[in-house]
Design a protein around this ligand. Structure first.
Ligand code: PAF
Length: 280
């Protein structure tokens, strides 16, 4: 496994793989890897010959510096996991490499970035698309894999790639879950045992919504989810968006095609998210 910290080293590592005729998959990450990330790596490996993973805690997608400073990091552990998974190249740039002094260019999906989660985190998706576009230009992968768990991010990146005619395919990988259905997240370890049990309410409410999707309106699904979450006293429903799965447009009246349901639920100060695409 080649560990690269400069653009030149990363390009040389990728060029050497290309020279052997290998196709390149990419998984952009912010490090502190867990099984969810490793499943993205596995997906990339099933579609390409060699996989590059980037580890970069991207300052431009964080609202508050405190959040950025508190973001967990463990480079040695990450590298061990990637080595064991058979990753070919790891790119670990410094902030100055990704954002050289005097840089001016940003990439933004104007509509999709400023709706749903983008409304509560202004500038977040602009930061994501800007860094992902820069990473794609450095690595130039054939395929890049992102988790469906961050559903809006996945759609924003697909839109950017289509709009800018970037020559790669974006693949969305299904959310990896614990045996009982809880979506994997680095935050799960912070839950108390009681909240960990209560957190099943996220997937249960999505299952309840899915079961009633046929012929339902958005208002019906809102009610099913709100009522289900309300049965769990430890849980507070913080966010619920039910939108067209591909465009993220709002839906008036009955569902009329693939529909994304995105929820966020708080347990004390820990916010968990989950999502499901349902077809009415
Ligand atoms: O999903 C993430 O970890 C980040 O948003 C990404 C895609 C690596 C960009 O910094």
């Amino acid at each position: 496994m080649q560990i690269c910290r400069s653009v030149a080293d990363c390009r040389a590592a990728i060029a050497a793989l290309r020279a052997k005729g290998k196709t390149i998959g990419m998984v952009p990450t912010m490090g502190f890897l867990h099984d969810g990330h490793m499943s993205l790596v596995e997906t990339a490996q099933t579609h390409t010959d060699a996989v590059a993973v980037s580890i970069f805690v991207n300052p431009s997608q964080f609202g508050e510096t405190a959040d950025l400073d508190a973001y967990p990091r463990d480079e040695n552990r990450d590298l061990e996991m990637l080595e064991n998974a058979g990753v070919a190249v790891v790119f670990i740039p410094e902030v100055e490499t990704m954002y050289p002094s005097g840089d001016e260019t940003i990439v933004e999906t104007t509509r999709m970035a400023n709706m749903l989660h983008g409304l509560v985190r202004p500038g977040h998706f602009r930061g994501v698309t800007t860094v992902v576009a820069r990473l794609f230009n450095i690595v130039q992968p054939d395929v890049a894999v992102f988790g469906e768990k961050d559903y809006q991010q996945l759609q924003v990146i697909k839109r950017m790639v289509a709009d800018l005619h970037m020559p790669l395919t974006i693949i969305g990988a299904p959310t990896v879950r614990e045996a009982d259905g809880l979506a994997m997240s680095s935050r799960n370890v912070r839950l108390t045992p009681e909240d960990r049990t209560a957190a099943l309410i996220l997937s249960q409410s999505l299952t309840a919504a899915e079961a009633t999707a046929t012929g339902a309106t958005v208002a019906d699904l809102h009610k099913v989810i709100a009522d289900t979450v309300a049965t769990e006293p430890r849980a507070t429903l913080k966010g619920l968006d039910i939108v067209e799965a591909e465009t993220l447009n709002t839906i008036d009246g009955p569902l009329h095609g693939p529909t994304a349901i995105m929820i966020s639920v708080a347990f004390g100060d820990i916010l968990l998210i989950d999502q499901r695409v349902v077809t009415p």
